[in-house]
Design a protein around this ligand. Structure first.
Ligand code: UDX
Length: 491
C-alpha cells in the first residue's frame, strides 16, 4: 500500500534539486532523518520523504494533538510555507499492527526483502512525475539503496546516524577478521586491545559494537548490517550526524575511502519541541512535575527506543534508584524487557517511590534534558541521546545495552570524560547502582568535573552548528551540483 501527499510548492520549484529521502523504520533513525529533510529543504532542496507505514501509523496513534494525520510535515509547512517536503508512506511488507519488537528477526527480514520492493515502486513513481529528482538518500543501514539509485539514474547519498568511530570499525571489518578479533573463537580474546584500525589509536574489544563482539556473525542482524555497510561504501556521498571536532581522526580515515560530511548535531537547536511529530509512543507531560523539583536534583533515566534490558538488571537498577533517595524521572517503554511483559518494574516499586519518582512510557526527552531540574542522565548511550545530553550539558551515567552504545560509552566516559559507568563489571548490583547515582548526583567533585568537561564538549557542538557542520552542508551541495552538472553533460 502506498500513500502520497503533494504540496503546492513543488509546482513553482521545478528547477530545485529533488531528493528522495527514505527513513529507516526505527525511532532513533527517523528522528535525525526528519531533521535532515528539514535542513535540506531549508537549503533550497525539494524533498520527498518516505516513511514506513507502520511507523507512520504508530506516530499517528500516539499523537492526539497534531491533526495532520496524513502527513507528519504538514504543521512544519504551515509554520514555514517555503519548506518543500512531500510525504509518502510505504509498507515494510508486514501487517501494520504486527509486533516487530517481539518478532525482531522477522522484522529484519522484512526490511531486507519487502521494504525495498515497496520503496522501489514509490521511487519509480516519483522519478516519473518529477524530472528534477537527482538523488536517493537512504539510511546507511539499508542493504538495497545503491542498486536502486543506480537503476533510476540517481546519486546515492548514504545517511549515517551514529558516531564516525562506529562506521570506521565497520569500514575495516577485514582487519578485525584478519587479526581474529571478531567472529568464531574471538571471544577468547575478550580483553584484546585493537590498535590497527586507521583513525582509532587504540580501543578495547569490549568497546566494539555489540554485533562485533558476538561469535556468530551470521544472525539476521549481521545479514542486514554487513551488506548495508558494503552498500554505503558505494555511495557517492555519506552525510553523518556527527561533528568533525569530536571525531576528526575516524572521520579522516573514512574520508580516504568515501566522501563523508559531518553535518551534526541534527536537531532543532532553538526548540525542544519540533513541529514534526516523530514519537512512536504518546509523550507524557513531565514539565509540571519537574518544575516542582530543585535545580539539578532529578536523575533522568531512559534506555531509548529499541534495546531491551533483562528483568534482573531492571530490578537492580530500580532498587539502586530507590535506595539512593534521589528524585528521578524514568521512561519505561512497554517493551523495555519484552512486549509480553508490559509492567516489568518490581512489585510495589511505584508506591515506594511515590512523590520523588515519576515513571512514564515516553516523554519529550529534549524538554526533560533542557529543564533546570535535570541533573544527570542514566542512559543506554544511544547516539541521539548522547548528542542531546551534551547539548543540554547533562552528565551521563552509562549503561550500554546493544549495538553502537558500547562504543558511545567509551567516547563519553574514557575520551570526553563527561560521564561515568553505572557498572564497572557485570553482573550489575543494586549497591553499585546506588553508589554511582550518589557520586553523580550528590557526590560533588565528580559531578562538578563532569559538568566542566561537558561545557567544553557542548561548545564544540555549538561552534560546529555555525562552523564546520554548516560548511560541510554547503560543500555537500556544491559537490552534488558539480556531479549533477557532469552527469548532464555526459548525457
Ligand atoms: C537506536 C540505537 O539503539 C542507538 O544506539 C543508535 O545510536 C540510534 O538508533 P535509540 O535506542 O532509540 O536508537 O536511542 P537514541 O539514539 O538515543 O534515540 C532515542 C531518541 O528518542 C532520542 O532522540 C530521544 O530524544 C528520543 N526520546 C527518547 C524521546 O523523545 N522520548 C523518550 O522518552 C525517550
Amino acid at each position: 500500500m502506498e500513500n502520497s501527499n503533494s504540496n503546492p510548492n513543488q509546482i513553482k520549484n521545478r528547477s530545485k534539486p529533488h531528493a528522495i529521502l527514505v527513513a529507516h523504520p526505527l525511532q532513533g533513525h527517523l528522528i535525525p532523518s526528519v531533521q535532515l529533510a528539514i535542513k535540506l529543504a531549508s537549503n533550497n532542496f525539494s524533498i520527498t520523504f518516505i516513511n514506513a507505514e507502520n511507523i507512520h501509523h504508530q506516530i499517528t496513534l500516539s499523537n492526539t494533538t497534531n491533526h495532520s494525520h496524513d502527513d507528519i510535515f504538514a504543521e512544519a509547512r504551515r509554520n514555514s510555507p517555503s519548506l518543500d517536503i512531500d510525504y509518502m508512506t510505504v509498507s515494510d511488507g508486514l501487517p501494520v499492527g504486527f509486533d516487530r519488537s517481539l518478532n525482531h528477526d522477522q522484522w529484519v527480514g522484512a526490511t531486507i526483502h519487502c521494504f525495498p520492493a515497496h520503496v522501489e515502486v514509490a521511487v519509480a513513481k516519483i522519478v516519473r512525475s518529477k524530472p528534477a529528482v537527482c538523488c536517493l538518500i537512504a539510511d546507511s543501514y539499508s542493504v538495497w539503496a545503491s542498486k536502486l539509485a543506480k537503476k533510476y539514474g540517481l546519486f546515492y547519498v548514504s545517511f549515517w546516524t551514529e558516531s564516525a568511530m562506529v562506521l570506521d570499525f565497520y569500514f575495516h571489518l577485514h582487519l578485525l577478521k584478519e587479526f581474529g578479533h571478531i567472529g568464531p573463537g574471538s571471544s577468547g580474546c575478550k580483553d584484546a586491545i585493537i590498535d590497527y584500525i586507521p583513525g582509532i589509536s587504540s580501543i578495547k574489544r569490549t568497546d566494539l559494537t555489540s554485533y562485533l563482539q558476538e561469535e556468530d556473525l551470521t544472525t539476521m542482524a549481521h545479514q542486514s548490517i554487513f551488506p548495508s555497510i558494503e552498500d554505503a561504501k558505494r555511495a557517492e556521498f555519506i552525510l553523518a550526524n556527527t561533528v568533525h571536532e569530536l571525531e576528526a581522526q575516524p572521520i579522516s580515515a573514512i574520508q580516504t575511502q568515501t566522501p563523508f560530511y559531518a553535518i551534526g548535531p541534527l536537531f532543532p537547536i532553538e526548540f525542544s519541541t519540533s513541529p514534526v511529530a516523530t514519537s512512536l509512543w504518546a509523550e507524557s507531560d513531565c514539565i509540571t512535575w519537574l518544575d516542582s523539583k530543585p535545580p539539578g536534583s532529578v536523575l533522568y533515566v531512559s534506555f531509548g527506543s529499541y534495546a531491551h534490558i533483562s528483568k534482573e538488571e531492571l530490578e537492580e537498577i530500580a532498587n539502586g534508584i530507590k535506595l539512593s533517595g534521589v528524585n528521578f524521572l524514568w521512561v519505561v517503554r512497554p517493551d523495555m524487557v519484552s512486549s509480553d511483559d508490559s509492567d516489568p518494574l518490581p512489585i510495589g516499586f511505584r508506591d515506594e517511590v511515590n512523590g520523588r519518582g515519576m515513571i512514564v512510557t515516553w516523554t519529550n526527552q529534549k524538554a526533560v534534558l533542557s529543564h533546570r531540574a535535570t541533573g544527570g542522565f542514566l542512559t543506554h548511550c544511544g547516539w541521539n541521546s548522547t548528542l542531546e545530553s551534551i547539548w543540554y550539558e547533562v552528565p551521563f551515567l552509562c549503561f550500554p545495552l546493544l549495538t553502537d552504545q558500547f562504543t558511545n560509552r567509551k567516547l563519553i566516559v574514557d575520551d570526553w570524560k563527561i560521564g561515568c559507568n553505572l557498572c564497572e563489571e557485570k553482573p550489575l548490583k543494586r549497591m553499585e547502582v546506588l553508589q554511582k547515582i550518589k557520586d553523580l548526583m550528590i557526590g560533588g567533585k565528580l559531578g562538578f568535573e563532569l559538568k566542566d568537561n561537558i561545557k567544553r564538549i557542548k561548545q564544540l557542538l555549538e561552534n560546529a552548528t555555525k562552523g564546520s557542520s554548516e560548511k560541510n552542508v554547503h560543500s555537500f551541495f556544491e559537490e552534488l551540483n558539480v556531479a549533477i552538472e557532469k552527469k548532464s553533460l555526459a548525457c
